[in-house]
Design a protein around this ligand. Structure first.
Ligand code: AMP
Length: 540
């Protein structure tokens, strides 16, 4: 007969994360860029005290367990306090992506039944436009002090965050409840149909945040200062706002300033050791650093994900700046990171270029997550690094369904990701493409990711994107978009010749269009849908 273990059964709750930080790392700093410009600085102990004040304020407003509180906000200290106050009270923090179409924002606010909305003053015009369509929201709270409040004409019940929490006590008894309770809600970006909500539990978030601290994942300890550039409005900023307090790492929040110059300055002045963000952010940072001949004096690691990190950029970070790239994969439905690239001692014998190629893959599943790839009939494909099919995932922090969704997306207990991948004998996963981005030509597949990574290796290329365009003979053919680095005179023939040396002949794009910028969405990903809409008919 099975023996019950004689261990306490304490729930994994988000309130315990901030209380742990307040008690064990009470003097460790949180630094935050205010929306109106200056840096704000306080400690985890003060952060916890203000989170308790906010929890009291929400209770005073009549919110109860299960209520949803929305946010349209940057990465800053007030948003961080809301992460803890709302979830810690048994309510759900619904982080909204401000770059969603206003109609979609209205849809998700109503669908989530947000009863209070928190917003940064940047988004006051947005709030003005949507408020009248969100009848369940009883207060719009601007994450600001009284001196920096925007005017939001025509919106009833706009409150100032600092005024709201000021009268309340720093004492609050965090309720105890089941760790499987919903804590945070994030909607997919919904390129087709309405956005769908992933409702993360306390357990999923805490387990993921603990995994993120591990040396082979993001790796955080009290020696670190971590700068999450990845937004708190999308997939919990990869759970770094929870992982940093668990690890006792100093947390630096960049607010609205995400350009290369501002990020570099923040990294230097706050002595950041670890950062996290999408490749487009690092492309901009690298351009700034290269243009001005700068060095990173403390930054040693950067976690990258959200889209594929090209090997050429990994090489620039590693070879020229001694910054190690940790390349991970995850999606809205996986709470945060699910797989992570890693180097083992055996890789040290390889050339630098070969090592970068290892990192350019999305890596092994983190403990707590399992992955497999399947063919069109759902049969599991061999782990041979070649057989490609849809990536399926299951584990401790993977969704079982969507918020208020009627049908389960799961297939035999696995979540189908819509990504096409290979897995090798050592468990290393490589994303070949998003199923909808893969270019099907003459019965074969071309990976848009591989073509983009090859183009980025050209020294005159700042950004590259490839889409499949309808073709009368081949079904689809690749069309490439290039953004040149400033002052560079790259032309079509030169980039095509460059690619011909690096990819199979039939992969070489049929045409190249030079643009000043690529359409980039709120989460920093290139919006291929927009490119398809505009250029999809080019070869017909
Ligand atoms: P989202 O849910 O909006 O965060 O998008 C998740 C999708 O981003 C995944 O399904 C992948 O298609 C893509 N993605 C995330 N990380 C990576 C990565 N490291 N390499 C390639 N694609 C990625």
């Amino acid at each position: 007969m099975l023996q019950p273990g004689l261990m306490m059964d304490r729930p994994l709750l988000i309130s315990d994360v901030i209380e742990h930080a307040a008690a064990q790392f009470g003097d460790v700093q949180v630094v935050s860029r205010e929306t109106h410009g200056p840096l704000f600085r306080y400690s985890y102990a003060q952060c916890a005290a203000r989170a308790r004040k906010l929890a009291n304020a929400l209770k005073h407003m009549g919110l109860t367990a299960g209520s949803a509180v929305g946010s349209i906000a940057w990465n800053n200290h007030r948003h961080l306090e809301a992460y803890y106050a709302v979830s810690g009270s048994g309510m759900v923090i619904h982080t909204c992506n401000p770059r969603l179409h206003p109609q979609q924002l209205i849809y998700i606010i109503n669908h989530a039944e947000d009863s209070v909305m928190l917003f940064d003053s940047t988004f006051a015009p947005l709030v003005k436009g949507i408020a009248q369509h969100c009848p369940k929201v009883k207060a719009w709270v601007c994450l600001s002090d009284a001196a920096n409040m925007p005017t939001v004409e025509g919106v009833a019940n706009v409150l100032c965050y600092e005024d709201l929490i000021a009268p309340h006590s720093e004492q609050f008894d965090w309720p105890q409840f089941d760790e499987r309770t919903g804590a945070a809600l994030c909607y997919t970006s919904g390129t087709t149909g309405n956005p769908k909500g992933a409702l993360y539990s306390h357990r999923a978030i805490v387990l993921n945040a603990m995994a993120g601290c591990m040396p082979g994942v993001v790796s955080l300890s009290p020696k670190d200062t971590v700068l999450p550039v990845v937004p708190m409005f999308h997939i919990n900023a990869w759970c770094i706002p929870y992982a940093a307090p668990i690890a006792g790492a100093k947390l630096v929040l960049p607010g609205p300033r995400l350009d290369g110059a501002s990020l570099y300055e923040l990294m230097e002045t706050e002595r950041v050791t670890v950062s996290a963000g999408v490749p487009t952010i690092w492309l901009a940072l690298m351009q700034h650093v290269e243009q001005h001949g700068l060095r990173f004096s403390t930054m040693r690691r950067t976690a990258v994900g959200g889209s594929a990190m090209p090997a050429a950029l990994i090489a620039r970070f590693a070879d020229e700046y001694d910054v190690e790239v940790r390349h991970g994969w995850g999606m809205t439905e996986t709470t945060a990171v699910a797989t992570m690239s890693s180097l083992a001692p055996k890789h040290m014998e390889l050339s630098a270029a070969e090592r970068h190629a290892v990192i350019a893959k999305q890596g092994k599943s983190v403990f707590g997550v399992e992955i497999k790839v399947v063919d069109d009939n759902g049969a599991t494909l061999p782990r041979d690094g070649v057989s490609q099919g849809e990536l399926l995932v299951r584990g401790q922090w993977i969704v079982t369904g969507y918020y208020k969704g009627e049908t389960s997306p799961l297939v035999d207990g696995w979540f189908p990701t819509g990504d096409i991948a290979t897995i090798d004998a050592q468990g290393v996963m490589q994303i070949r493409d998003r199923a909808k981005d893969v270019i099907k030509t003459g019965g074969e597949w071309i990976s848009s990711i591989d073509l983009e990574s090859a183009a980025i290796a050209h020294p005159a290329v700042a950004m590259a994107a490839v889409i499949g365009v309808k073709h009368p003979k081949w079904d689809e053919r690749p069309l490439m978009f290039i953004v040149r680095k400033p002052g560079q005179a790259l032309e079509r023939e030169e980039i095509l010749a460059f690619l011909t040396e690096r990819v199979a002949k039939w992969w070489v794009p049929d045409d190249v269009i030079f643009l000043d910028a690529l359409p980039v969405g709120g989460t920093g990903k290139v919006q291929k849908g927009d490119l398809r809409k505009q250029y999809g008919g080019v070869f017909s």
